[in-house]
Design a protein around this ligand. Structure first.
Ligand code: GLN
Length: 284
């Protein structure tokens, strides 16, 4: 079948669930991944065809897409901060908001004396996206990354290999950690922060497919991870060390109060591209 014809059919089939732009972007993502062709290649040669086997492959992606399985899980990969990451349903799909947090850490430190040889810890690393993109972009950084999930760490380790960086991965439950036993320049975390009361705002494809362990917290103790990590950071950050968090957009004020109470200085709350309170930094 001509690829061009299949393209119309593919998009048509997805229209009840996705808007046209989204359906089209899925088509080109798969085309690039599975056939190494870009939009321009198809425009230049409208006679290109799919073999029988290719049709089977495409349909095997189309069906789960109709069930709103995320495209990143179906392709087994995504891109974050310009790097390739393998993903599966053991890890949260890296989000663009988190790229903004990484950007803040890198840009905020790049013109300081200490930019070289920073010792960094990422807590709740998941796919490893924060730890790995920091390791890739900060010269000589020593990066450590903790997660409670062995399965997530297996994926994170593969991602460190794919991106050719050294990250020390540690299986550890942060809520049961009394001391990190090391001092860091930077501690960063994007812990679970979605409350049950916000569940109805979470898209069905996220809710039904992504690991709840990485997303949800109890309504009555929504800052459980932040309290614990801020307390550990007070002990385990070097002088002038920095703590960075991705946060729940509705808890910006509470996060400022928490960092103030835990004696952090230079507290700065930032919004993401969507205009939501999304990240915070404090120094000791
Ligand atoms: N930003 C994610 C979402 O909205 C949540 C990430 C997290 O809980 N750390 O799905």
């Amino acid at each position: 079948m001509k690829i061009k014809e299949y393209r119309s059919q593919f998009i048509q089939e997805l229209l009840p669930i996705y808007d046209e732009g989204e359906a089209e972007s899925f088509f080109y993502l798969i085309l690039e991944e599975k056939r190494q062709l870009k939009r321009i290649d198809l425009a230049l040669d409208p006679e290109l065809v799919f073999s029988e086997e290719e049709m089977v492959l495409w349909n095997s992606i189309l069906e789960p897409l109709k069930l709103e399985i995320p495209i990143q899980y179906l392709l087994g990969k995504t891109s974050f901060y310009g790097l390739d990451f393998e993903v599966n349903d053991d890890v949260l799909i890296p989000r663009p908001e988190t790229e903004e947090l990484v950007e803040w850490i890198i840009k905020g430190n790049s013109n300081t004396e200490r930019f070289k040889d920073l010792k960094i810890l990422d807590i709740g690393t998941g796919s490893g996206c924060i730890a790995i993109s920091l390791a890739k972009n900060i010269p000589n950084a020593k990066v450590y990354a903790i997660d409670v999930s062995e399965k997530a760490l297996a994926t994170a380790k593969k991602n460190a290999v794919i991106n050719q960086v050294d990250v020390a991965f540690i299986t550890q439950n942060i809520l049961e950690t009394a001391d990190l036993n090391q001092q860091f320049d930077i501690i960063v975390s994007n812990p679970p922060y979605v409350r049950n009361l916000e569940k109805q705002e979470i898209k069905k494809n996220v809710l039904n497919n992504e690991p709840h362990l990485a997303l949800f917290v109890e309504d009555d103790d929504a800052l459980i991870f932040y309290k614990k990590i801020a307390a550990l950071a007070q002990k385990n950050l070097l002088e002038n060390g920095q703590l960075f968090f991705e946060i729940n957009q509705y808890l910006g004020k509470d996060m400022v109060a928490l960092l103030e109470k835990t004696n952090f200085k230079n507290i700065e709350l930032r919004k993401d591209i969507y205009g939501n309170d999304r990240m915070i930094r404090g120094t000791i």
